[in-house]
Write a protein that binds this ligand. Structure first.
Ligand SMILES: Cc1ncc(COP(=O)(O)O)c(C=O)c1O
Length: 447
């Protein structure tokens, strides 16, 4: 591979930087380095490249920045925190903001999901939830429960537990066999629901795959069933009507924990704090990340039910560590400060209600694109949607080209395969939605 360089024209004098050393994640590195798409500044719903071109952020960064970019409340809170206390040992020591943020998060979570464990990413939150499920069953004398169930096309992060839960072929195929004891239900992207807005009428019975797996491996061996309430990364698969309720019933029938991975759906994307509330189904564990700090600091969270927490606590001898798990950066002071400032804005600006009110306008705009000949399906719920374009020359090729052309035409979003995922900041105005639809129409129309 040859040497690649890039000129930062926003610097005075302009500066050449080498592109060789940085190995980029989930990116075709050679393609990027031959045609770099740089972002140098962000404010509100806007991003800017190094030439000063303005780009609308149609996927909130990577589903993180619901409040838009450059929120001064968050920047100031993080700056103040770093000046006052930059780091506190997370084991055996605490600092007040960890506790304050946990209390605030618990004000938003459904049911009794009031016990909060910190990680640093969605992937780490998922690993923590896997361990919590095992620890809970051991604590109640059912240590034989070590099978996990998830779903085809699921994305639960990149660590080995999460990859084993994952149902995306490319995330698995180069990394061995995954961990044993992971089974997959079928995904819910059924033809009968194509172009349906919101929950589809067909496919609730796919939840019975959990019953089928339970019958095969023995329900007494299953620790937990992990699902994204709306499968996000694979392209916004909204659950069919009744599907999540059915999963909840089967879990209850067999003593299986239900885990919602709300890393994308959490913090207002559905028009409620969490998809659990939008769909009226309360899980036993819930993972979140991204929106908890508006993306300004890395943070992952597991919200656990009081029952799970109390069972794990009660099983350990007095004075013993109850859960042998944690990260050096669990509850980092700067991340907690960012989280507190973010949650404050969610509440003050009433953003979950705003998202619910803006959703019909947003979905109208996205579904208006269904007449484009290359569009093969559209799905959407709340402030999140996906458009499938017909593959061309192999899966994902046209999707990749689409996101590059969109960027050049002034719009940033995430594609997975041939699905373009649209999830604008919750602070977007109708005029921003109009612009997103206009650029999508022009760009998809030109493919
Ligand atoms: C549902 C879900 N779980 C886990 C993750 C992993 O999060 P992270 O990239 O912060 O590790 C993601 C990332 O998009 C996600 O969408």
């Amino acid at each position: 591979m040859g040497h690649a360089e890039f000129t930062l024209k926003d610097r005075v004098p302009s500066q050449r930087i080498s592109l060789d050393e940085y190995w980029m994640p989930f990116t075709p590195n050679r393609d990027f380095k031959s045609d770099p798409k740089m972002i140098v500044r962000g404010e509100g719903v806007w991003l800017w490249n190094e030439r000063g071109d303005r780009i609308i952020d149609a996927s909130s960064g990577l589903f993180c920045c619901a409040l838009g970019h450059g929120r001064p409340e968050i920047a100031e809170a993080v700056g103040r925190q770093l000046a006052e206390l930059d780091f506190a040992a997370p084991f055996l020591r605490g600092h007040p903001k960890q506790f304050e943020l946990a209390t605030k998060i618990a004000e938003f979570t459904p049911g009794d999901l009031n016990r909060v464990f910190y990680a640093n990413s969605g992937s780490e939150a998922v690993e923590s939830a896997l361990k919590m499920a095992l620890a809970y069953h051991q604590a109640r004398g059912q240590g034989g429960r070590n099978v996990f169930v998830s779903r085809d096309r699921a994305y639960h992060g990149v660590n080995f537990g999460g990859v084993s839960l994952s149902g995306l072929a490319n995330n698995r195929r180069k990394f061995g066999n995954g961990m044993p004891g992971f089974f997959h239900m079928r995904h819910t992207h059924v033809k009968e629901n194509y172009f349906t807005r919101g929950e589809g009428a067909h496919g609730a019975d796919l939840a019975d795959d959990l019953q089928r797996i339970a019958a095969m491996v023995g329900p007494e061996n299953i620790a937990a069933c992990f699902v994204e309430p709306i499968a996000g990364s694979t392209g916004c698969l909204v659950p069919p009507k009744g599907y999540l309720k059915r999963l909840r019933e089967i879990c209850d029938q067999h003593g299986i924990l239900l885990v919602f991975d709300e890393v994308i759906t959490g913090w207002g994307r559905t028009g409620h704090a969490f998809a659990a509330q939008a769909f009226g189904v309360t899980p036993d564990l819930m993972t979140m990340a991204k929106g908890v700090t508006n993306g300004a600091q890395p943070m992952g969270v597991v919200a656990a039910s009081e029952r799970i927490h109390d069972t794990v606590m009660a099983a350990a001898p007095e004075g013993a560590i109850e859960f042998f798990h944690g990260y050096t950066y669990s509850g980092h002071p700067a991340a907690c400060a960012a989280g507190l400032a973010t949650l404050d804005v969610y509440r003050k600006e009433n953003l979950f209600d705003r998202a619910r009110e803006l959703s019909p306008y947003f979905l109208d705009a996205i579904y208006s694109l269904k007449d484009l000949p290359l569009v093969t399906d559209i799905r959407g719920y709340g402030m999140m949607a996906a458009i499938d374009v017909a593959p061309d020359g192999g899966p994902g090729k046209r999707g990749h080209l689409l996101q590059k052309k969109l960027f050049d035409n002034g719009l940033h979003l995430k594609t997975t395969g041939d699905a373009a995922i649209i999830a604008p900041p919750l602070v977007s105005e109708k005029s921003h939605i109009d612009l997103i639809a206009e650029i999508l129409r022009k760009t998809i129309g030109s493919l």
